[in-house]
Design a protein around this ligand. Sequence first.
Ligand code: PLP
Length: 275
Amino acid sequence: MKNQDYLYLDHAASTPMRTSALEKYVEAESFGFANSSGGHKLSRDSKNLLEDSREKIAELFNAAPGEIIFTSGGTEADNWTIKSLFESKKPDDNLVTSNIEHEAVLASAEWVSINGYQTKYAKSDENGFVSKDEFLNQIDDNTKVASLMWGNNETGVIQPVKDVSKEIKSVNSSTLFHSDVVQGIISDSIDFHRNGIESAAISAHKIGGPKGVGAMFINNKYKLPSFLHGGKQELERRAGTVDVPGIAAFATALEEQQSRFDEEVGLMKNERTIF
Ligand SMILES: Cc1ncc(COP(=O)(O)O)c(C=O)c1O
């Protein structure tokens, strides 16, 4: 099937790559293909492209470059934050999340309970909305991580992340507040620090970037252990040869998506009204 033979309406599952991102990928794979950890010129070119991409993405979310760690996608970022803090061997530690999260969070929550810790779920109402009070009521002195998604991948319902973050520290000042913003960044421009988000999962293929590429935002005050063990890539926080062309394409897609935000969200709303 050629792409002009159908109307694609499954963008919440995945998007086609933007032309600008595809072109960036080809350019980066041609000139920035070398291993970004090496010492020769081509490696340095690749490393420069990687760090430029990190800076661009960090700026879009008002984060510091060192707070952006590239991953294989949203799933890895969700797994990383949620599981990392449950290595303490203190069985009273708990995780708070909601019953309407993406599988990446729900399955990580299951891992947390299988490993002997408590997991508590805030329940959504009949409209798929988790109220601020329902969420905050689950948090206690032993809550290590609280995770509430920004926008739901099935219903599109925007959850009260901003309201929760304003009060969460007064309930437990040491709870890390994570948000899966994989769908959220499609319809909202998100400043992580201003919105009190301490950790976030982002994915490239939902906004016109390549599949298998994403990022974790993690506030500088947290030093999570590396999720993958091996080389010292990604600021010594994630081992493995870095997919620089994919990341460069991700940064290009994200810049375009965030700069054409009003136009693209307006178009989506218009099409939703027509169909
Ligand atoms: C809300 C949400 N979180 C996480 C993910 C997983 O992201 P990825 O496909 O990049 O692993 C998705 C993708 O379906 C999603 O919609």
